[in-house]
Design a protein around this ligand. Sequence first.
Ligand SMILES: C[S@@+](CC[C@H](N)C(=O)[O-])C[C@H]1O[C@@H](n2cnc3c(N)ncnc32)[C@H](O)[C@@H]1O
Length: 262
Amino acid sequence: MPTDHRDWYDTPLYYDIIFDADTPREATFLENVWASYGTKSRTRRLLEPACGSGRLITEMARRGWNVSGFDGNQRMLDFAKERLRQEGMKARLWADWMQSFTAPKTAHYDLAHCMVSTFKYLLTEADATACLQRVADSLKPGGVFALGLHLSDYASGQEAHERWVAKREDIEVVCNTHTWPANAKTRLEEMRTRLKITHAGRSHMQETRWNFRTYDARQMKTLLRRVPDLSLVASYDFTHDMESPRELDDSYADIVLILVRN
Ligand SMILES: C[S@@+](CC[C@H](N)C(=O)[O-])C[C@H]1O[C@@H](n2cnc3c(N)ncnc32)[C@H](O)[C@@H]1O
């Protein structure tokens, strides 16, 4: 079957079909984080940098949050806006970059989040630092930032493979990812995503190659020290179990850091 080489994020529906299964669970986790670490402000203003197809934007709006988000990909934003329109909900969405974004107001948001390793698209320490500082500036004092990402084990040298299958109406998406070992020198890891999309009995393939910046626990602590406006108050793994907080260390890979604006 011929394969299109294209940016997965230019096909927001296929992204949304694969990732949407986890949306309610992640939204509940964010609300639990807010209940445990937030200021209990009644404004409930939420910011999602790199909001993509808007699956969490929509879900948090349904739960009564006053949501804002931005993304670098206009097709993702258009998809998010159209879904909000169909559901009769409002959110403030705009095109922007994580490393240089301008939020409408500073010290405005109660909660911000960036889950599923999106932060690792920032390929330099300068961009990662700039993003964290901008998030800090956007939050009210006491506001919370939940940052979810996959930590690297440089020693493992292993390639990783994951497979997801999801369906929406008559569209089935099979997603295979292949990740090459993290390079300790360049701080980069390469990932390939292959999608097989079957719609009304016809299939096609599309493939995207990505580069991510890598972190182990020590490198993440170094980065956090560059932004003293944010304090690490807790860490969790991707089970999102509030009863089981973890340390920021290398004993597990998928981590959610809970950072509070001083
Ligand atoms: C894995 S998706 C996550 C989307 C959403 N946050 C979610 O949880 O479903 C990654 C998104 O990051 C966006 N993106 C990647 N690099 C970016 C950057 N530097 N600035 C803004 N958006 C970026 C992509 O366009 C894509 O929509």
